[in-house]
Design a protein around this ligand. Sequence first.
Ligand code: PGA
Length: 249
Amino acid sequence: MARRKIIAGNWKMNKTPSEAVALVNELKPLVATEDADVVFCVPAIDIIPAMEAAKGSNICIGAENMYYEESGAYTGEIAPAMLTDVGVKYVIIGHSERREYFAETDETVNKKVLKAFEHGITPIICCGESLTQREQGITIDWIRQQIKIAFLNVTADQAKTAVIAYEPIWAIGTGKVATTEQAQEVCHAIRVCIGEIFDQATAEAIRIQYGGSVSASNAAELFAQADIDGGLVGGASLKADFGKIVNYK
Ligand code: PGA
């Protein structure tokens, strides 16, 4: 069975609630497609207005982060039930910016992944190597370790529904996209790793995105690769170009 493509925008810390409504309204007609799942991961405060604006369209509104406890004394955090209560179905977990600036580790990523599944939210689990790691030739080892820890205690049935975003850190927001061969090589290695942790059926079902300077000009070639099932898009998801990325064919 062919995997359905999933193309997600990661708005990061951009757009006020009123700007979010305007952007959803602008992009709504441009991202209409029946061929892929389209997700806008937006700042927490934008989730509700963005959902209102997206009503009746194919856009699914997701979150950019979530905490791994149910509730309580965790000032500033968002609980999983807060997301599900308003109908959020996707959450980005362990983006490299969260790892770099907010001290997230493979272990906290694993806790968040487990919590997301417990609440029926699909995690978009991020992994990726730094430029130094790539130059040292340890990219695949590094990614395999990130994946193995992220999926600790996850069941095969859960893993089948997960989304993994492979995002080389050196390609994020730099305009320096990985070559198609580099992106495919790592996405393939991730699928092999999932096959080892679980089984072949899980490896074939899980969706793996590429992220890092995806644009209207490189999306078609990237998304045509055997192991690349769509993209996680930062900068270009805030522009009309996102429509071209979603309708890349
Ligand atoms: P970019 O960001 O598309 O702006 O490189 C991707 C991401 O960080 O998810």
